[in-house]
Design a protein around this ligand. Structure first.
Ligand SMILES: Nc1nc2c(c(=O)[nH]1)N=C([C@H](O)[C@H](O)COP(=O)(O)OP(=O)(O)OP(=O)(O)O)CN2
Ligand SMILES: [Zn+2]
Length: 148
């Protein structure tokens, strides 16, 4: 069985080497879709009975590890020196340094890496993160999927 939880957040970014508009500072209303696989828990009387994982718990973990960190932050490639320097000049600015250029593909992959250890098999139901889909706009998204 697979379940998917969607969360949204706002963040700024730029793609420094982009040949067109995306090299300028701008922002998106990102949407993050987290797909988990596992067996449906069969535990009469348990709060998770009949679920792969409670959607509320999926959300709480995604907020803690991604959304609360990236929401209203500027996501910046750590080697984008002019921008890193500019953001450092702003006291208390919420900036997230990324080891990669913050494209939809790289952000989806980064989120997958960060979340893979988070969704653990607490009920012995083989819970696993299968896919992180990151929408940069309603028309553009990237999927980071667990390798076969
Ligand atoms: N493969 C990728 N291509 C692009 C990325 C990316 O992350 N991966 N990012 C951008 C820009 O950052 C921008 O967010 C996308 O802009 P755009 O192509 O204009 O997308 P829209 O949905 O706004 O386009 P409409 O034409 O208005 O639908 C660029 N490319
Ligand atoms: Zn963009």
């Amino acid at each position: 069985m697979q379940i998917t939880r969607r969360l949204e957040f706002d963040a700024g970014h730029r793609i420094p080497d982009h040949k067109s508009q995306c090299r300028h500072l701008h922002g998106h209303r990102y949407a993050l879709e987290i797909t988990l696989s596992g067996e449906v828990i069969q535990l009469d009387g348990d709060a998770a009975n009949g679920m792969v994982m409670d959607f509320a718990e999926v959300k709480a973990l995604a907020k803690e590890h991604i959304v609360d960190r990236w929401d209203h932050a500027f996501l910046v490639f750590e080697r984008d020196e002019p921008l890193v320097s500019f953001l450092r000049s702003m006291p208390d600015h919420k900036t997230v340094l990324m080891p990669c250029v913050p494209t939809a593909e790289n952000l989806a992959q980064r989120a997958f890496q960060l979340l893979d250890e988070v969704y653990r098999d607490t009920y012995g139901n083989h819970l696993r993160l299968q896919r992180v889909r990151l929408y940069e706009t309603p028309n553009c998204w990237a999927d980071a999927v667990r390798p076969e």
